[in-house]
Design a protein around this ligand. Structure first.
Ligand SMILES: [Zn+2]
Length: 407
């Protein structure tokens, strides 16, 4: 079969091209429905714009400048008026963990738009001290929180399988988290769920960029649950091979189409209504809550304030770097360039210095958690490296086409 663009491992284009405005490349995969992720599956990747060489996230950043934000805020007020309850009941669910973004959304909804939020949290695998502190900062803002603690025995096993099969140890967490808030909304009869940023902020789901509602395919499915995949394995096989019971997997499964159709819950993105700026959210959280950045640079990056509540976060960014050549620094610099904090050259210098740094700090915790040895870990890591991205020189792995190298 002949393709117009030659594709390598994971269906990524063999030619690495970087966005002309930020630090990401064309090697970034689209968010796929996690329930269909199987081993060695091709992903669709984020294309760069042919005319100006920009990625969709950067294109969207410029498009956002033309949005009438006053009009969008009126839409938000209308939405709040539709759902606000004045009888003392909760009227909106805000999922989160106490990061800068969930603090921003919650504070705005409660204190500016006079809503009555109920906070819900899908617990991190292994919470960090900074994560604990910021979670408290969030829950000290005057709203109650329901946290769901997974069956740890099952969650650990799924995390291990996701790492071994997909080199994606964060997958069970992501799946559970996506499904959790919608399920809580239905359980408590609260008809509005407010998520943070729209996929378009990451350059994905661009055909839905003017739609404030989250795509229901994230948490609704009409498939038989046994045909869905979790940790790269069909659920029927997980149940047969590992003797998992349905009640042990239930919190990971999507809502049934039939059940969802009966409910009136709406799922909206706050970033559709209010201009979303990564860095502004950070300052907002500091000014309006007890949120604190980490007292040190986050290993793998130069930043001190994003994704730091779960020890698996570090491993997650590292596996992403191995598979797609972009790690935690790229994620941070992309956002900072678009937020106007740094320019592209500064971003490239930071990527050169910190991206892909080996995640020493919590590695032992992660290995103990997954019950695997460092040798097994490194074997999975090396197997996950696409040959069009990596080469071995003097016994050390190197990116073939790093952003700082002029081709
Ligand atoms: Zn870009």
């Amino acid at each position: 079969m002949k393709n117009k663009i030659k594709l390598g491992k994971y269906g990524l284009p063999l030619k690495v091209i970087f966005c002309s405005y930020c630090t990401r490349s064309n090697q970034r995969p689209h968010n796929v429905g996690e329930f269909i992720q199987i081993k060695n599956q091709n992903k669709s990747f984020v294309k760069l714009n042919q005319k100006d060489g920009m990625c969709n996230a950067c294109k969207f950043y410029f498009e956002k400048k033309k949005i009438d934000w006053k009009k969008r805020e009126l839409e938000l007020k209308k939405l709040c008026n539709k759902f606000r309850k004045n009888n003392g009941e909760f009227d909106v669910i805000v999922p989160g963990s106490g990061g800068k973004d969930s603090i921003f959304v919650t504070h705005q909804l409660k204190y500016k738009y006079k809503m009555n939020p109920l906070l819900v949290t899908w617990a991190p695998n292994m919470i960090t001290d900074d994560g604990k502190q910021n979670f408290e900062a969030w829950t000290n803002m005057g709203m109650p929180n329901y946290t769901f603690y997974q069956n740890h025995k099952i969650h650990k096993k799924l995390t291990k399988l996701a790492f071994l099969n997909l080199c994606h140890p964060f997958q069970p967490f992501i799946i559970g988290q996506k499904n959790f808030a919608p399920k809580m909304a239905m359980k408590f009869n609260i008809n509005l769920v407010m998520f943070g940023e729209h996929d378009a902020e990451f350059g994905m789901m661009m055909n839905k960029k003017n739609n404030p509602k989250m795509d229901r395919s994230y948490f609704v499915s009409n498939k038989n649950y046994k045909d869905l995949y979790l940790s790269g394995i069909k659920i029927s096989e997980l149940m047969r091979k590992y003797k998992f019971k349905l009640n042990e997997l239930e919190s990971y499964l999507p809502i049934k189409d039939k059940t969802f159709k009966k409910s009136k819950v709406e799922f909206h993105f706050f970033s559709y209504y209010k201009k979303w700026n990564f860095h502004d959210n950070y300052y907002y959280a500091i000014e309006n809550s007890d949120f604190k950045p980490a007292p040190y640079r986050l290993e793998g990056s130069h930043d001190k304030y994003a994704s730091m509540d779960d020890k698996i976060d570090w491993l997650h960014f590292y596996t992403f770097y191995i598979k797609f050549g972009m790690g935690r620094t790229t994620a941070a610099t992309d956002q900072e360039i678009r937020s106007g904090i740094i320019n592209r050259d500064e971003g490239i210098a930071l990527v050169k210095r910190f991206d892909g740094e080996f995640p020493k700090k919590y590695l032992k915790d992660c290995l103990d958690y997954m019950e695997i040895t460092k040798k097994e870990f490194l074997k999975v890591i090396d197997k996950a490296r696409p040959s069009h991205l990596w080469k071995k020189k003097d016994g050390k792995w190197q990116l073939k086409y790093p952003i700082w190298q002029k081709n």
